[in-house]
Design a protein. Structure first.
Lengths: 517, 176
C-alpha cells in the first residue's frame, strides 16, 4: 500500500513518454493522432535521422534449423521524412558472403529517439529497432523472427570517402568465429596499423586469440592493403576492401576517425571497428588515471562478459580494481580478497600493452590492449580459454552524483537467456535526479521455433551509486511485460556513457547507456 | 578536415620515423623492429597463471556414463542452456549441453530413464560442480556439442555445412 504513490510517481514519466510517442510518432506504434495542448518540441523526430549512416551489427540467424553467428555492416541514406532512399550492405551469413543494395525502406523516429527501421533489398525486407543518442549516432537491433542482432550506427562524412582521407594510424578490434571444415571457434583480433593514404599499410601489429590460443604480438603478413572501391561504391557509400592481420575484409568509412569492418573469409566471420589512433609515442605514462572497461565474448561455457574499473598510476601499477564477470551465469565479483595489478606499455611506442591483476581469492585476470589515445583503448582478455574483448575508457574526474547523471539515455544490450539463446535489447530511459528511471525498450529473443519480438515495453528502476560513483554501482531494471527484473552493475565512464553488466545467474547481458541531448 | 588529414599524415610520418628509429624499414611492416617487444610481451602473457576454475581444459577430459534423471532446456543455474541431471555409479552429476536449440536441430533429445554417455570436463560454476559435455552418445546416436578446445559448436556449426547444402538454403530464400 505504501508502494502505490511510488508506483504512480514512477509511472507518470512513462505515461508522458507514451503520450509523447503516441502524439509525436515513432516507435512501433506509428504516427498517432493529436489533440490537447501543444507538446514541447520533441528532442527527436524523423528529421533527426537524415543523411548517410553506417551501421554494423552481429548476432544469431536461423540456419538449417539452428542458431548461427552472423554479421552485417553497411550504409543507408535517410531522407529526414521517413524514407530510406539508398544504401548498400555486406553480409557474412551461414550461406556465404553477400553484397546487397537497398532499394528502399521506411523509418519512424519518436520523440524519445526510439524508432523503427526497415531496409529492402533484392532478397526482401529486414526490420530493426533503433534508439538514437543524437542525430549522428545511435544503437540498432534486428527484430526479425529468424534473426536477432545488435550494434551501432553513425552518420557518415562522405568527404572522407577516399584512400587519402583514411590515412594515418588506426587501432582495431575484430571479433567473431573462425571456422574450419571440422570445427568452429571464437576469435578476437586486436591491433593497430598505419595507412599511408594511398592504399598501403605499414607498422601493422596484431594479437589474436582464437579459442584461447594466443598469437602474441605479430606483424601483419605480406599482402596487407586497404582500398576504397573504384566502381562507385567507394565514393557513393564509403565502401572499400582491405587485408588486415592476414584476413580479408570489406569496410565502410564513418569518417576519418572510425571505420567499420566485416570479414569476408567465409566460413569464418569477423566484424568490428577501427578507430583513428592519436598521434603519440605511447609509454607507461600514457595510461594514467581512472578507467572503466566493458568486454564480452565466449568461453567454454559460452557467453562471458565483464565490466569493471581500475586506476593506473602512469608507472606500471593498477589499483582500486573492481570487476563484475558474468561467465554464462557464473558470476565473479571483484574485489573478493586483495587485488593488485601491473601493466606495461610496449617499448615500441605503438600503444600495445598488457595488464594483469590478481585477486588473492578469485585469481588472476590478464589482458592486452592497444591504446587509441591515453583516454581509450581496445581491450582483450587473455586468460586461458576465454575469448573476450571490448574497450576501456577514462572515467570522469568531476564528482559523480545522481544529479549529475540525471538525463535521457539511449541504450543497447546483448546476451543470452537462460536457454543460452541470444537476446538483444534497444531502448531509452530517463534518469531523474533522485536516481529513479523509467523508459521503453524493444527486444528480440531468439529461438529456432518461435523467436519473440516485443516492442514498446515499459521499464523502470533505479541507479544506486556506491561511494564516489567510480566503482561498482547498482542498476536494477524492472520490465513490466513480459515481467522480469534484471540486476546490473553499472560502471560510469563519464556523464555521457555508462557500462552495465548483468549479474543474474540465469542470463548473460551487457551493454552501454549513451546520453541523449 | 584538412587539419585532421594533416594530423593523420603527421601520425603516419611519426610512426615511420619511430619505426626507423627501432630498425624497421619504411614502407614495410613493423616486422623485426618489434620482435624484441613481441617476445617480451609474449613472455609476459605466457607467464599468466593457469585457467580459472570454470573453463574447459582439454587435458582434464573424462567420460561419464549414467542414467538421465531429468532434462532441462532453460536452466536457472549456470551455465545457461540445457542441463541433464545424470545418475552415475558415483552419484548424480549436473551435465551442461549448451543451447537446446542446437540439440533439437540435430534431433537429439534426452528423457528420464535413458542411458547416456558423455565426454567432457568438470568445472565449477557459482561454486557448484558442473560437467561441460563435449560429446554425447545415446545408443547409436552421437552428437558433438563442443569443439576440441571446449567451445560450443552452437555458435556457428551451420557455417560448416557442405557447399551444396548452403546453396540449397540460399535458394530457399528469405530476406537477408
Amino acid at each position: 500500500m505504501n508502494a502505490r504513490p511510488k508506483i504512480v510517481a514512477l509511472c507518470l514519466p512513462t505515461f508522458l513518454a507514451l503520450l509523447a510517442a503516441a502524439c509525436g510518432g515513432g516507435g512501433h506504434g506509428g504516427n498517432g493522432g493529436n489533440g490537447g495542448p501543444p507538446p514541447p518540441p520533441p528532442k527527436f523526430s524523423n528529421g533527426s535521422l537524415s543523411g548517410q549512416y553506417a551501421f554494423s551489427m552481429n548476432g544469431t540467424e536461423l540456419c538449417a534449423g539452428q542458431g548461427s553467428f552472423f554479421a552485417r555492416i553497411g550504409t543507408f541514406t535517410a531522407d529526414g521524412h521517413g524514407n530510406i532512399t539508398n544504401g548498400l550492405e555486406d553480409l557474412n551469413v551461414c550461406t556465404g558472403t553477400d553484397i546487397l543494395q537497398f532499394t528502399g525502406g521506411k523509418y519512424s523516429i519518436g520523440a524519445d529517439g526510439r524508432g523503427s527501421l526497415s531496409l529492402t533489398n533484392s532478397t526482401g525486407t529486414t526490420n530493426y529497432s533503433i534508439s538514437l543518442a543524437s542525430s549522428t549516432q545511435g544503437t540498432v537491433a534486428q527484430v526479425d523472427p529468424t534473426v536477432t542482432a545488435s550494434g551501432t550506427l553513425q552518420r557518415q562524412n562522405p568527404a572522407t570517402f577516399s584512400n587519402a582521407a583514411i590515412g594515418g594510424g588506426y587501432v582495431f578490434d575484430f571479433k567473431g568465429v573462425e571456422v574450419t571444415s571440422t570445427t568452429v571457434d571464437p576469435a578476437s583480433i586486436i591491433g593497430r596499423y598505419d595507412a599511408d593514404g594511398a592504399g598501403g599499410i605499414v607498422n601493422g601489429l596484431f594479437d589474436s586469440n582464437i579459442a584461447g590460443t594466443l598469437s602474441g604480438q605479430q606483424s601483419f603478413p605480406s599482402g596487407t592493403f586497404y582500398q576504397m572501391d573504384t566502381n562507385g561504391d567507394g565514393t557513393g557509400f564509403g565502401r572499400g576492401t582491405a587485408n588486415i592481420a592476414g584476413r580479408n575484409f570489406a569496410f565502410y568509412v564513418v569518417d576519418a576517425t572510425r571505420i567499420k569492418f566485416i570479414g569476408t573469409d567465409f566460413p569464418s566471420a569477423l566484424a568490428g571497428d577501427a578507430f583513428a589512433q592519436q598521434n603519440a609515442v605511447f609509454n607507461d605514462g600514457s595510461v594514467r588515471g581512472d578507467y572503466a572497461f566493458l568486454i564480452d565474448g565466449l568461453n567454454s561455457s559460452s557467453p562471458i562478459t565483464t565490466a569493471g574499473r581500475f586506476t593506473a598510476d602512469g608507472a606500471g601499477n593498477v589499483t582500486d580494481i573492481f570487476a563484475d564477470e558474468n561467465n554464462n551465469g557464473a558470476v565473479t565479483l571483484l574485489p573478493q580478497g586483495t587485488v593488485t595489478g601491473t601493466y606495461a606499455v610496449d617499448a615500441n611506442g605503438f600503444g600495445g600493452g598488457s595488464l594483469t591483476w590478481t585477486d588473492t581469492t578469485a585469481g588472476t585476470f590478464s589482458f592486452i590492449f592497444y591504446l587509441i589515445s591515453p583516454t581509450q583503448a581496445v581491450f582483450q582478455e587473455t586468460d586461458s580459454n576465454i575469448v573476450s574483448d571490448g574497450v576501456f575508457a577514462a572515467q570522469m574526474t568531476s564528482p559523480i552524483t545522481s544529479a549529475s547523471m540525471a538525463g535521457d539515455y539511449a541504450f543497447v544490450l546483448s546476451g543470452v537467456n537462460s536457454g543460452g539463446n541470444e537476446q538483444d535489447f534497444v531502448g531509452q530511459l530517463t534518469l531523474d535526479p533522485s536516481a529513479s528511471f523509467s523508459g521503453l525498450l524493444d527486444s528480440n529473443r531468439f529461438a529456432t521455433t518461435t523467436s519473440q519480438q516485443v516492442f514498446d515495453v515499459l521499464i523502470n528502476g533505479s541507479l544506486t551509486l556506491s561511494g564516489n560513483g567510480t566503482g561498482a554501482n547498482t542498476l536494477n531494471v524492472t520490465e513490466v511485460s513480459p515481467a522480469d527484473t534484471f540486476h546490473f552493475t553499472a560502471y560510469i565512464v563519464d556523464q555521457n556513457r555508462i557500462f552495465i553488466v548483468c549479474t543474474d545467474t540465469n542470463r548473460v547481458l551487457s551493454g552501454t547507456l549513451t546520453r541523449q541531448p | 578536415m584538412h587539419l585532421q588529414n594533416c594530423g593523420k599524415l603527421a601520425s603516419y610520418l611519426l610512426s615511420s620515423v619511430l619505426a626507423l628509429s627501432i630498425g624497421a624499414a619504411p614502407g614495410t611492416n613493423a616486422g623485426a623492429a618489434s620482435q624484441s617487444v613481441a617476445e617480451e610481451r609474449s613472455a609476459r602473457v605466457a607467464s599468466r597463471p593457469v585457467a580459472r576454475a570454470n573453463v574447459y581444459e582439454a587435458k582434464r577430459e573424462t567420460v561419464l556414463e549414467g542414467t538421465v534423471m531429468s532434462y532441462t532446456e532453460n536452466s536457472q543455474s549456470a551455465p545457461t542452456g540445457a542441463h541433464v541431471m545424470l545418475r552415475t555409479a558415483s552419484g548424480s552429476v549436473d551435465v551442461h549441453l549448451g543451447p537446446a536449440t542446437y540439440l533439437q536441430s540435430r534431433h537429439f533429445s534426452l528423457v528420464a530413464g535413458e542411458s547416456v554417455r558423455f565426454a567432457g570436463v568438470s568445472v565449477l560454476a557459482n561454486g557448484a560442480s558442473v560437467f561441460l559435455a563435449r560429446t554425447a552418445q545415446k545408443g547409436n546416436q552421437f552428437i558433438t556439442v563442443r569443439s576440441p578446445r571446449g567451445f560450443l559448436l552452437a555458435n556457428g556449426a551451420a557455417r560448416m555445412l557442405p557447399a551444396a547444402e548452403r546453396a540449397q538454403i540460399k535458394q530457399q530464400g528469405g530476406a537477408r
